[in-house]
Design a protein around this ligand. Structure first.
Ligand code: GLN
Length: 402
């Protein structure tokens, strides 16, 4: 048998092909030269399988989709407090190239709009390195997220840098308010280079899965950034990633995402999938028209909305309640997180007082987060404090509750 997923993606692409609405971005002269008919979708699973349809190997410059990754690298290099001192996390409600700063402090509102992204760029790497080296750290970081070495489109870099004045104005404002500590021209050059990295829809899907999977690249196995960084980045993508269409996007699509003016959209659904789309014509917010359509359909058809919760965790406890030798047995199964661990603890508490020996069977547990682990460990500790003999059945030698 052939898995039906590629056929589904091909149908998805065919359903959007005819739509020629929207305009190419033209404020970066070189971007007006691309073929507007290009259309692609790619989906990467947590174990690194990539499904793709359409022009999924066509290269385009990453543009604003680099912003969440620059934010991730800044968090990695400088820590949460320093980064928050320089860039906020509130949606701006303005276009991406507005002077969106907090009125009291002048702090850029968030890292997904240009003023915040140029500030974020300047926080990546050791503060003392020259600007060319900082840009190299950025391209290297983007490449690690993608799992391959990304090239830079020098023509787009030159074309955008030649028309850089609006971004220099934004950087100068951040510089004068002391949020950027380098020369505005240098920060904008590095940021523009970061935006000129060449990717495909396939790369976007892999980069998204790296974010969605806690920072580990599914192709190379490299832990690119720590897990806490991904939580922060995905949160900001959810509230600020689609410019001032963020509210519509959250309710219609419900996937943390980031779009760029060259026509890409990247979506990262925590723990489930990374998605990349590419189609150059943009709507009035600067988001790809057909990219938004692809995401809306994909999310609806595949139930990918982040608020569409999985079935209640009632099956977290297996049906068997007695061991072969007659001891009470509680079998925990599936993912152990707060809700399933709470149910297990309630079952522990229901074991009759006169049962001295109990068996806790964790062999069918699939994953356990730190909270789930702490809760079960506390339950076992309390059973023992009650004077019981607890036998723990674990799935693997390297798996423990401590
Ligand atoms: N490099 C572009 C700019 O700074 C990125 C903007 C975008 O993709 N929305 O204007």
């Amino acid at each position: 048998m052939r898995t039906p997923v590629p056929d589904y993606l091909t149908e998805l692409i065919e359903g959007c092909t005819a739509d020629a609405d929207g305009e190419l971005a033209s404020y970066i002269p070189e971007l007006a030269n691309v073929d507007p008919a290009q259309l692609a979708v790619a989906v990467c699973t947590p174990d690194g399988t990539v499904y793709a349809a359409g022009d999924a190997d066509a290269q385009f410059t990453i543009q604003s989709i680099s912003k969440p990754f620059a934010y991730a690298l800044a968090l990695r290099d400088r820590g949460l407090d320093v980064v928050l001192d320089h860039v906020g996390v509130e949606p701006s409600g303005d276009a991406f190239n507005e002077m969106s700063v907090e009125s009291a402090t002048g702090r850029p509102r968030n890292p997904m709009i240009n003023i915040g992204a140029i500030t974020t760029h300047s926080l990546v790497g050791n503060p003392a390195i020259p600007y060319e080296a900082r840009a190299a750290v950025l391209i290297d970081g983007l490449s690690r997220f993608a799992g391959r070495t990304l090239d830079v489109d020098e023509a787009v870099l030159e074309s955008e840098y030649a028309t850089r004045y609006r971004n220099v104005a934004l950087a100068s404002m951040a510089r004068s308010n002391d949020f950027i500590h380098v020369e505005p021209d240098e920060a904008v050059w590095g940021y523009t280079k970061q935006c000129s990295a060449l990717v495909t829809a396939r790369d976007l899907a892999v980069m998204a899965t790296t974010l969605a999977g806690g920072g580990k690249n599914p192709l190379t196995g490299e832990q690119v950034v720590p897990q806490w960084v991904c939580r922060q980045v995905l949160s900001v993508m959810m509230s600020c990633g689609m410019y001032d269409a963020a509210g519509d996007w959250l309710s219609q699509v419900g996937i943390p995402a980031k779009s760029g003016v060259s026509g890409g959209i990247l979506g990262a659904l925590p723990g489930q999938a990374g998605i990349g789309t590419f189609s150059p014509r943009l709507d009035r917010f600067g988001n790809s028209v057909r990219g938004v359509q692809l995401f809306e359909r994909l999310s609806g058809d595949m139930g990918l909305h982040i608020m569409e919760l999985p079935a209640p965790s009632i099956d977290a406890i297996g049906a068997r309640d007695e061991s072969e030798d007659g001891r009470p047995l509680i079998a925990v199964q599936g993912p152990v997180i707060f809700s399933t661990a709470e149910l297990a603890l309630r079952r522990f508490a229901e074991i009759p007082d006169d049962e001295r020996d109990v068996v806790i069977d964790l062999r069918m547990v699939t994953t356990m987060n730190s909270v789930g682990k702490r809760m079960l460990a506390e339950g076992v500790r309390r059973l023992k404090l009650d004077g019981r003999e607890v036998e723990l059945l674990l799935p693997r030698a390297d798996f423990s509750l401590t």
